[in-house]
Design a protein around this ligand. Structure first.
Ligand code: F0G
Length: 463
């Protein structure tokens, strides 16, 4: 089959299948489908990805209220199953801004959603659609956050939820959420991509309604991240951001943001020049999108072996790549891979300004730092980094990245003795030791000296 280019143009023709001005269109062959009559996730004819289309696209003055449903003029329903979600903070990061060296830096902290990740925005819409099409068993494959969100929104909607997780590769907080919200949790001896293969099979057999980001309605909810960023950044700065940097796994968010911007341009709310450059960041051990951007591939090539400490983005086959790659290219953005060490360092830097994020989220800041260092990002740019999940999602990673607790005897004297030592010694030594270990030019002696000092402290504190 000759691959066709993704058709992401928003046309003016309303097809007869439209229901109240809403329909589904295949981005590959252009075929259109009624939105809620039958359940489908891809095109019946060519298996291409589907996109939700509207006869009428709103400008900013049509939005009112707060949260995801403020933007209902850009969504398929007036309201959904809500907890409620959205309206997340757009933090200023003054020290990090100076340190990285950009004109403006904001962190959009999606970890402040009800279940602690941006997935809630997709689920509030997706579970509403599930109600509309009349299903009662919802399912997803997940690296963790999608399962937590699906379980919570499914519970809220009174529906049964089934989640498939890669065994041993999901952070503790996320499993705890799925479990308490009464999801049936199946731990698969395989990675996320293999879990998704199975869930797609189940959905094709009519066993469950699929709520991964392959479901085009999920992306409608996630589009509101872009709407919030644009509105709030403009209100604070009198202009839109030059660039949005985000972590990429299945590339759903990248696709959703691109759709958000295309719709705003089509509605006349912004000009093409005002569209922020979409910049995707992946972990080095799971970077098929970066590979595709660097090599000019039309689609990604599946990575069978993936590994990263940022387990949320431990993904080798981003299903939304046909929507997301044009988004990165057409907006003049780029994609970059960062090491797990760079991710941890960024997680500490963000936490140092009071904002707690999980490792995958910190990839955005790590990526920005790297691109700035390489001169890909200019010092006069205004940038928004998306942090997608809360620190408490992965408490183990947070504890490993942070300061060691110091045991102390049960007396004021002992506490005074301990705190007389210069504060943050442990942290400084640890940082220097890990930096020294990474830098081959630093004499091994210094590195091992610091290492011994660190070990000594660790042993002492364990007594
Ligand atoms: N950041 C976090 C914290 C995530 O959980 C995910 C995806 C991403 C970034 C990547 O977003 O897929 O839209 O490119 N997590 C999914 C899950 C795969 O199952 O929770 P994407």
């Amino acid at each position: 089959m000759v691959p066709t280019m993704a058709d992401l143009q928003l046309t003016d023709d309303v097809p007869p299948v439209a229901d109240d001005g809403v329909w589904l269109a295949c981005i590959e062959c252009g075929e259109t489908f009624a939105p809620f009559d039958e359940i489908r996730y891809t095109c019946d004819h060519c298996d291409g990805l589907l996109e939700v289309r509207y006869d009428d696209l709103p400008t900013f003055d049509e939005f009112e209220g707060s949260g995801v449903w403020r933007y209902n003029a850009a969504l398929p329903f007036e309201e959904g199953i809500t907890l409620p979600e959205g309206d997340t903070p757009l933090h200023e990061m003054p020290r990090l801004k100076d340190d990285i060296g950009v004109d403006a830096l904001r962190v959009k902290h999606e970890g402040m959603n009800p279940t602690g990740s941006f997935k809630d925005r997709g689920m509030t819409v997706g579970v509403r659609v599930a109600q509309e099409v009349g299903v009662d068993r919802l399912a997803c494959a997940s690296t963790g956050n999608t399962s937590a969100a699906l379980a919570a929104y499914g519970a809220r909607g009174g529906m049964e939820t089934l989640v498939l997780l890669p065994a041993g590769k999901v952070a503790a907080g996320k499993i705890a959420q799925a479990s308490l919200h009464r999801a049936r949790i199946l731990e698969v001896d395989g990675n996320f991509d293999q879990c998704l293969d199975i869930v797609q099979d189940l959905a094709a057999r009519g066993e469950a309604y699929l709520l991964n980001s392959l479901n085009p309605f999920r992306l409608e909810g996630q589009k509101t991240i872009g709407l919030e960023i644009m509105e709030e950044f403009y209100a604070d700065n009198g202009e839109y951001p030059d660039r949005i940097v985000l972590p990429v796994g299945n590339a759903g968010n990248t696709a959703a943001l691109y759709k958000c911007f295309r719709e705003l341009v089509k509605a006349g709310a912004i000009t093409e020049e005002q569209v922020p450059k979409l910049t995707g960041v992946q972990a080095e051990g799971a970077a098929p999108m970066v590979e595709a951007i660097e090599n000019g591939y039309e689609d990604t090539r599946r990575w069978d072996d993936v590994e990263t400490r940022a387990t949320a983005i431990r993904i080798g086959n981003p299903v939304n790549a046909p929507k997301a790659l044009p988004g990165i290219r057409e907006t003049g953005g780029t994609a970059v891979a960062v090491s797990d060490e760079e991710i941890t360092e960024a997680q500490r830097d963000i936490a140092g300004e009071g904002v707690g994020v999980e490792p995958a989220s910190a990839a955005s800041v790590a990526g920005l730092r790297k691109l700035r260092r390489e001169g890909e990002v200019d010092s006069d740019e205004s940038v928004v980094c998306l942090t997608t999940g809360h620190l408490l999602k992965d408490p183990e990673a947070a504890a490993e990245a942070g300061n060691e607790p110091e045991p102390v005897a049960n007396s004021t004297e002992a506490v005074l003795d301990l705190i007389e030592e210069p504060s943050s010694v442990t942290e400084t030594i640890r940082r220097q030791a890990s930096k020294a270990a990474d830098a081959p030019l630093v004499p091994a002696l210094v590195a091992s000296g610091l290492g011994v000092a660190y070990l000594y402290r660790k042993l002492r504190s364990k007594k």
